[in-house]
Design a protein around this ligand. Sequence first.
Ligand code: DX5
Ligand code: ZN
Length: 221
Amino acid sequence: KSEFLIAPSILSADFARLGEDVAKVLAAGADVVHFDVMDNHYVPNLTFGPMICEALRNYGITAPIDVHLMIKPVDSLIPEFAKAGADIITFHPEASEHIDRSLALIKEQGCEAGLVLNPATPLHYLDYVMDKVDQILLMSVNPGFGGQSFIPQTLDKLRQVRERIEASGRKIRLEVDGGIKVDNIAEVAEAGADMFVAGSAIFNQPDYRTVIDAMRSELAK
Ligand code: DX5
Ligand code: ZN
């Protein structure tokens, strides 16, 4: 397998047969399940919580689950998601009163931790935590909905974050989320991303494998 990870966002999956649909996308070659948690408070939409994460585990999903928390406050649900089977938990720093504490809480619960930066969130949120994050997620759309268009300024931001990661000397994944498709994944990778969330691009097609294979061949270029 390549060093690139493809993480389908189940926001665009069929909720009425979620287990089946997630198993199908993993069988089609996806690496990680991207799990978008929205609270109708930090973002203007409402999705699912730890019970659904646990239900996927009970259904037999064993792939890593990447929980993207778009919730405020953050801390109370961290232990819940760890118990429910999350492997990676990321949150938006503006939504946490104590960023360092939230990161430490995620690690204490045995999960990998990361920060998520919105399109207009400054990089200085990373300044004092580069030694504490396993993953950095750059939003390439404003959070809340699937199916939006990739914001091109993200490419420059990705390059800047990639430089910070290299300077840290640590192995930190750089994930990008929003509007990723077969026709832009190569330039997003070139700008420094190594983990790619894609919701509508995968789930809105009848054959998931065709899309994932096409993404991998773009990444191999
Ligand atoms: C947006 C979510 C994304 C979203 C991506 O708030 O964080 O994960 O589902 O969907 P697409 O790939 O359709 O832009
Ligand atoms: Zn997401």
